[in-house]
Design a protein around this ligand. Structure first.
Ligand SMILES: CC(C)(COP(=O)(O)OP(=O)(O)OC[C@H]1O[C@@H](n2cnc3c(N)ncnc32)[C@H](O)[C@@H]1OP(=O)(O)O)[C@@H](O)C(=O)NCCC(=O)NCCS
Length: 148
């Protein structure tokens, strides 16, 4: 069974591990820990309770009615099982409870898997931010999801 948890002192190191495995410039354990007590941040993860592993992670920073989604990743062994999709739906639910009506995110232009995921969730492509990413350098595709 998969369990959804808000980021806390117990699961944050598993989340940092996912960052390291999935991104060339992923967040460090220290940076993630700082978000635990940030009132404008909401980070969540998924635990496989068969083995205790943290297998997915995602977060958002909230500014009034807008939330910026970031750090979305799923352990390679668990992909294509709707885990990212369901985790993002949980995040949206939590965001809406806090008054969020629109979600935005950036994704590497060439990250087809993630772009398909966001489009399936209803996000609309809104333009490109040239050279946004480094290591390697790449443009960002910007997406928005507006709801009421
Ligand atoms: C992108 C990522 C988070 C998707 O996680 P996931 O749990 O495998 O995604 P889901 O199973 O929830 O996928 C939901 C839908 O997204 C789309 N999708 C996801 N991965 C896809 C892929 N590799 N190719 C094509 N479509 C894909 C599909 O429409 C899928 O639905 P379907 O399986 O019924 O066809 C995962 O591949 C990952 O961690 N990648 C590395 C980190 C990363 O790039 N993060 C995004 C940063 S912006």
């Amino acid at each position: 069974m998969f369990v959804y948890e808000k980021m806390n002192e117990d699961n944050v190191s598993g989340m940092a591990l996912l960052e390291k495995e999935n991104f060339t410039d992923g967040w460090s354990l220290e940076s993630l820990k700082e978000e635990i007590n940030n009132p404008d941040a909401l980070y969540m993860c998924v635990r496989d309770d068969e083995n205790g592993r943290i297998i997915a992670s995602a977060g958002m920073i909230i500014s009034f009615e807008t939330a910026d989604i970031m750090n979305v990743s799923v352990d390679k062994e668990y992909r294509r099982r709707n885990i990212a999709r369901n985790l993002l739906l949980k995040l949206f639910e939590e965001g809406r409870k806090k008054g969020v009506t629109e979600f935005t995110l950036e994704v590497r232009q060439g990250n087809d898997a993630a772009r398909k995921l966001y489009e399936k969730l209803g996000f609309s492509y809104a333009g490109t931010r040239p050279g946004f990413y480094s290591n390697p350098k790449e443009d960002a595709a910007i997406y928005w999801l507006k709801s009421n």
